[in-house]
Design a protein around this ligand. Structure first.
Ligand SMILES: C[S@@+](CC[C@H](N)C(=O)[O-])C[C@H]1O[C@@H](n2cnc3c(N)ncnc32)[C@H](O)[C@@H]1O
Length: 225
C-alpha cells in the first residue's frame, strides 16, 4: 500500500473558501449525511467531529438529536467538540456556533495524536480523514476507538479510493475536476482496507452502510463492556 506524500493544502484560507463555496453542491452528500444520522444512538450526549470545517455535519447531528429529544419530551444537554486545523474553517465554525456554549471548537492537526478531549458517545467525520496518510488513518482510528464510551459509534462519511483509474476519473468529472486539478491533499484509500482496520482495532458491527462512487459511510461501534 503506497501513501502519497503528506501534501495538505487545507490550512490555506483560499482552499477552505473554495470548498465552502461549493459545499452545498457536492453530489449525493445529503444522502450520505442522512444515512449517517441513522447511526447516531439516541442516548448520545457527547459528540466529537473531526475535520469539522464550518461545522456543517456537527450542526446536522446536533439538530437531529435535539429533534428526537424534543419529540420524547426530554431536553438533556448534548455537548460537542469540533476539531480542525484550518484557521478559516475554525472561524466559520465559530460563526455557525456563536452563542451555543454546548460546542467547543478546538484547533488540532489530525496528523498528530488527538489531545485529551474526554470520552464521547459518537465520533463523526465528513470528507476529512482522507487528508492524512494511510499510516496515520489507522492510528487515528485506534485513538477514536479508545475515546468512545461503551455503545458509542464512529461514523466516517469519507472520500474513498475507486478500484480502477477509470472509475476514479469518472468521479473526478462528477466533482468538476480532472487528474490535473484534483486536490493533491487527497490520500484516498479503499473501503475494504479501512473496514478491516476498524475490525482489527476492535470495533463491532463494522460496515459500509452507504456508498455512491467514492463517497462512503464507514461505521463501527464499541461493544458494551
Ligand atoms: C472537505 S472539508 C470537509 C469539512 C466538513 N467536515 C464538511 O463536511 O463540510 C475537509 C476538512 O478537513 C480539514 N482537515 C484536513 N486535513 C486536516 C488535518 N490534518 N487536521 C485537521 N483538519 C484537517 C480541513 O481543514 C477541512 O475543514
Amino acid at each position: 500500500m503506497t501513501t502519497k506524500p503528506a501534501i495538505n493544502l487545507w490550512s490555506s484560507s483560499d482552499h477552505a473558501a473554495e470548498y465552502l463555496s461549493r459545499a452545498e453542491s457536492v453530489p449525493h452528500r445529503t444522502e450520505g449525511e442522512s444515512a449517517l444520522l441513522e447511526f447516531i444512538p439516541p442516548s448520545t450526549r457527547r459528540i466529537l467531529d473531526l475535520g469539522t470545517g464550518d461545522g456543517r455535519l456537527l450542526a446536522l447531528v446536533k439538530g437531529e438529536l435535539s429533534e428526537r429529544l424534543r419529540s420524547e419530551g426530554t431536553s438533556p444537554r448534548v455537548e460537542a467538540v469540533a476539531v480542525d486545523f484550518s484557521p478559516a474553517m475554525l472561524e466559520a465554525a465559530a460563526r455557525r456556533f456563536a452563542g451555543d456554549p454546548s460546542v467547543t471548537i478546538k484547533i488540532h492537526n489530525l496528523d498528530y495524536p488527538l489531545p485529551d478531549l474526554g470520552k464521547f458517545d459518537a465520533v463523526v467525520s465528513c470528507f476529512a480523514i482522507h487528508h492524512v496518510t494511510h499510516e496515520r488513518k489507522r492510528a487515528l482510528y485506534a485513538e477514536i476507538y479508545s475515546l468512545l464510551n461503551p455503545g458509542g459509534v464512529f461514523c466516517n462519511l469519507e472520500h474513498v479510493a475507486s478500484p480502477t483509474e477509470r472509475l476514479h476519473d469518472e468521479m473526478l468529472s462528477h466533482l468538476d475536476k480532472t487528474p490535473e486539478t484534483e486536490d493533491p491533499s487527497n490520500k484516498l484509500l479503499d473501503v475494504e482496507t479501512q473496514l478491516q482496520w476498524l475490525q482489527e482495532i476492535g470495533f463491532a458491527d463494522v460496515d459500509c452502510h452507504w456508498k455512491w462512487r467514492e463517497f462512503a459511510l464507514l461505521a463501527g461501534r464499541v461493544g458494551a463492556s
